[in-house]
Design a protein around this ligand. Structure first.
Ligand code: ATP
Ligand code: MG
Ligand code: FE
Length: 344
């Protein structure tokens, strides 16, 4: 089917057009520049930006895909999780389009989009799989039995998300927002073994209760303390070494737990998704560890890892394939939608 996907859960207005597993267009308008001076996304500002960006972005996507909107088979939209006001703008637009064009509407889960987007790069997703979802607001291990109908969260962060940790550590180091891409780049000039930062929830007693869970707030505090101590001592801060050492701790824990889960659940494939999946160190370390235990790794190209509309269209394509009924035009936004609820 030809599916138009709208994404507006945070600060990216995304419009994607896919036909089956083929990506035809993926236009993203980001309001990140408006949030930079606040060091984080301001919900009201994001909502207003979506409102003005949606229509031009839809028009650009249709032009790129060389399609007429009247030819789409379905409209897909993010129903959650995300910022309430931002989600509402996308949902209202999607409902209006669906009603006007007389097409079915599918309200789908943003987090599932981060996992499903890889099928646009590498074809049908092998099931069952273990997915590592690492984004700005979430960090979870998922047992994916069917991408359209059955996803179980087997572990999650007990405090900060991985992306949030990157953003906070960037702030501690005086780097710009969002911190993930900046630390990724800077870390390439640093020594990942310069400082041994803690690996959250990996001690034996933690593993008993939190085998597949993560914790990054202790790591963030450890980085802050280390930097503070260095300042008190009057020493210079080796920013690249701190960035590389912090990144090594995050990626070490994420990849070790993911490889263990894949083996223990007996799956043949690991899926990687979410904004942090663009991270160069995470991509190579996970590949090494998956290879070492004979498990295939599927990871989307970096440009599809952060928020976009194509990932929403990808989920709807799978939901349609599974024969699930479309959503009613009366669906609402769910800011805390759990990942197990794939479509609303
Ligand atoms: P969620 O998907 O949980 O609702 P979100 O949509 O805001 O949250 P994403 O767009 O998936 O989050 O990801 C944004 C996060 O990814 C930010 O925290 C950003 O710092 C991080 N990120 C982006 N690129 C990289 C990178 N190369 N390395 C590490 N982190 C990165
Ligand atoms: Mg974003
Ligand atoms: Fe996201």
């Amino acid at each position: 089917p030809l599916v138009l996907g709208l994404e507006s859960s945070c600060d990216e207005t995304g419009v994607g057009i896919v036909r089956g597993h083929t990506l035809l267009a993926n236009e993203v308008a980001s309001s990140v520049d408006l949030h930079v001076r606040f060091g984080g996304v301001v919900p009201e500002v994001a909502s207003r930006a979506h409102l003005s960006a949606l229509i031009p972005t839809i028009e650009r996507a249709a032009e790129k895909a060389e399609i007429d909107l009247a030819d789409v088979d379905a409209i897909a939209v993010t129903a959650g999780p995300g910022l309430m006001g931002a989600l509402v703008v996308g949902l209202a637009s999607a409902k209006a389009l669906a009603a006007y064009l007389g097409k079915p509407l599918y309200g789908v889960n943003h987090l599932v989009g981060h996992v499903a987007v890889d099928l646009l790069d590498h074809g049908a997703l092998p099931m069952p799989s273990i997915a590592l979802l690492v984004s700005g607001g979430h960090t979870s291990l998922l047992h994916v039995e069917d991408i359209a109908t059955k996803i179980t969260e087997i572990g999650a962060t007990i405090d900060d998300a991985a992306g949030e940790a990157y953003d906070k550590v960037a702030r501690i180091l005086g780097l710009s927002y969002p911190g993930g891409p900046v630390i990724d780049k800077l870390a390439q000039e640093g020594d990942p073994n310069a400082i041994r930062f803690p690996r959250g929830l990996t001690a034996r007693h933690d593993l008993e209760k939190h085998r597949y869970d993560f914790s990054f707030s202790g790591l963030k505090t450890a980085v802050a303390r280390w930097v503070e101590q260095r300042r008190l001592d009057g020493g210079h801060i080796p920013v690249a070494d701190v960035a590389a050492s912090f990144q090594e701790s995050v990626c070490d824990v994420l990849t070790a737990k993911t490889a263990a889960a894949a083996q223990e659940y007996g799956v043949g494939t690991i899926l990687l998704g979410g904004g942090v999946a663009a991270n160069s160190r995470l991509r190579t370390l996970l590949e090494e560890r998956a290879n070492a235990v004979g498990i295939e790794l599927r990871r989307p190209r970096p440009g599809l890892c952060t928020d976009n509309g194509a990932m929403i269209a990808a989920v709807a394509s799978e939901v349609i394939r599974a024969g699930i009924e479309p959503s009613g035009l009366d669906i609402s936004a769910h800011s805390g939608l759990p990942v197990s609820r794939i479509a609303v």
